[in-house]
Design a binder for this molecule. Structure first.
Ligand code: HEC
Length: 294
């Protein structure tokens, strides 16, 4: 069906309506049918949206809301209120609703929904705080700024994995492995990252210099005789510094022979300027699923 849309082949409205309304259709297909009906501006679309809202599948309800926001903002705002106060809606559905209030549904009514939630910001679930503060920022409503502490909860692990593997600027996989195989050993293997706190991941991602994983910090030394040595700082004990080079060979240097040394630094770039907060939230969610014990 996506192919038909790409090729601009018109599938008869009747067939689309049948798929869109059928709770036993495959969700991805049902979503495509809704999109195609929206493109056709089919007169049965509103009825299909209503039945999509009854679906047990979150993904279908979410798509229906996004479509409704485009062609009937007034009804979509009503739906947003339902979603935000419902305990059946999942996190992603509520996040979508909040994002719409800073996007397609930006309006006075949208602002009053945001203000209501902001009035009891402390009670807002942590998984929604980023979406709420971001929508408020777009609307220039007085609210706490979106901040990194709002990225600890509410991410999507699948999206996070995809970013980890494929983000062109962040390039996590250039330096890390998550199992044996793809990736490299410049940074620590993250296969057990999920056994650590989310706060640790956040700090490692946005402030890599703050705590440096043992054996992964870089240092360079200039010796009294003018020679310079650079590599990974392994240890410094009893007046001996151990430095590992790219091949894993360890050089021992007596501290007393060192004229100058750089601080131990992380080669990991701070990601706060490379990734959006939402992307960081997704990556944190992904890292917390990595729980290999070996
Ligand atoms: C240029 C190489 C490089 C890139 C790119 C890189 N890292 Fe790192 N990373 C490191 C190094 C080196 C360390 C160890 C030093 C430190 O603690 O900062 C590290 C440490 C970490 C840690 C802490 C691990 C521990 O044992 O506590 C996490 C989590 C992490 N990186 C996640 C990421 C994520 C997520 C990305 C992509 C968004 C990424 N890194 C991209 C090199 C890199």
């Amino acid at each position: 069906m996506a192919l038909a849309r790409l090729l601009k082949i018109e599938i008869p409205g009747e067939a689309l309506v049948a798929v869109a309304k059928n709770e036993s259709s495959i969700p991805a297909l049902r979503i495509e049918a809704l999109r195609a009906l929206a493109t056709q501006k089919n007169e049965k679309l509103p009825a299909c949206i209503t039945s999509a809202f009854e679906s047990k599948e979150h993904s279908i309800r979410i798509e229906a809301l996004k479509i409704l926001a485009k062609f009937n903002p007034v009804l979509a705002l009503d739906r947003v209120e339902v979603v935000l106060s419902s305990n059946k809606a999942n996190t992603l559905e509520k996040q979508t609703a909040l994002a719409l209030l800073g996007g397609d549904l930006a309006s006075a009514k949208g602002d009053s929904i945001l203000n209501l939630l902001l009035n009891s910001f402390e009670e807002c679930p942590p998984s929604l705080k980023l979406d709420l503060t971001e929508a408020a920022a777009v609307r220039q409503i007085n609210a706490p700024d979106p901040d990194f502490t709002h990225t600890l909860e509410g991410g999507d692990a699948d999206r996070g994995r995809n970013l980890f593997m494929n983000h062109i600027a962040a390039q996590c996989i250039r330096c890390h492995k998550v199992k044996d195989g793809k990736g490299s050993d410049i940074g620590p293997n993250l296969k057990s990252a999920g056994l650590q706190e989310r706060g640790h991941h956040l700090e490692a991602i946005v402030e890599p210099q703050k705590t440096i994983t043992e054996g992964y910090g870089s240092i360079s030394l200039t010796l009294e005789n003018g020679q310079s040595i650079a590599g990974l700082f392994e240890s410094e004990m009893k007046g001996v510094i151990e430095i590992k080079d790219a091949e894993g060979v360890i050089t021992k240097v007596a501290s007393e022979n060192v004229k100058e040394r750089t601080p131990v630094i992380s080669t990991m770039p701070p990601m706060g300027a490379i990734l959006t907060k939402r992307e960081i939230r997704d990556i944190i969610e992904y890292l917390s699923t990595l729980k290999s014990k070996k």
